[in-house]
Design a protein around this ligand. Structure first.
Ligand SMILES: [Zn+2]
Length: 264
């Protein structure tokens, strides 16, 4: 079998295949073989972005300049009629169709409140009916037969491969860590709003979001005290689409963060 190399030119072996962008870009509708779950994580893609940004704006990341954000916002408004593509009816319909195709539902529960309510509801139904879990497993076995265990294992492997797997025994620890980081982040932001958000940008799902430059996930995995992750030097404003595509990526090393804190 021929070795597949990362399509973005980093020279690494391709370990992931994405479906490609659904609507635009050079990979529209084609599978893309790449070295990481997200193209943004490929060193070649990162390098190109940094080079372009340095050339055009004198900073490593274009989203650090307001001109670029304004231009990007303008493009989104022209394309979708709003700064947030989610508010455009046509885009909304396309999105729903995609979600329906991918997940079998129009609106996966992205919202933490909805998710919490759903989880509580599910939990309650198991309490109400102690035989439910057993019956569910049996009916899944009846549908999938011997493949059932394979499907469970395949899901687990996918989560491991895309870096989202948290071992069950680690999950409550991870949730607690995330909670502590977010709680402290809110406090730090409130106390230092003028420094973190110098341009007084609007915060929100469809606006700007507070990003942890060295990611919460990497902090958890590397046993970094949560106070360092929520430190002012690790916070920046990020346009919502940039924050979304960043996933669990870190845009500075823990050493860089530490030196900023010490140097402050
Ligand atoms: Zn690559």
């Amino acid at each position: 079998m021929n070795t597949q190399y990362c399509r973005h030119g980093c020279g690494q072996v391709a370990t992931h295949t994405t479906k490609g962008s659904l609507w635009n870009g050079p990979f529209k509708g084609k599978p893309v073989h790449q070295c990481a779950k997200s193209a943004n994580a490929c060193p070649a893609v990162k390098q190109r972005k940094v080079e372009t940004s340095r050339k055009n704006f004198g900073t490593d990341y274009p989203w650090q300049t307001t001109e670029v954000l304004d231009r990007r916002k303008q493009t989104t408004i022209e394309k979708y009629g709003d700064v947030c593509s989610l508010k455009n009816p046509e885009q909304q319909a396309k999105r729903k169709a995609t979600l329906l195709e991918r997940y079998g539902v129009e609106e996966p529960t992205l919202n933490a409140d909805i998710r919490a309510k759903a989880a509580a509801g599910v939990k309650q139904s198991y309490i109400n009916d102690p035989t439910l879990a057993k019956r569910q497993i049996e009916s899944r076995r009846a549908i999938y037969g011997d493949e059932y265990a394979d499907i469970v294992e395949k899901n687990r492997q996918t989560q491991i491969a895309n870096g989202r797997w948290i071992a069950p025994e680690k999950r409550s620890e991870w949730n607690l860590y995330k909670f502590k980081v977010k709680q402290l982040t809110a406090k730090v932001y409130k106390a230092n709003k003028d420094v973190i958000n110098t341009n007084n940008l609007p915060l929100g799902v469809c606006d700007y979001q507070i990003d942890h430059i060295y990611s919460i996930r990497h902090g958890f995995e590397n046993n970094i005290p949560y106070k360092l992750i929520a430190n002012i030097h690790n916070l920046r404003m990020l346009w919502h689409t940039d924050n979304k595509s960043k996933h669990i990526r870190s845009d500075q090393t823990i050493e860089e963060l530490a030196s900023k804190i010490i140097g402050a």
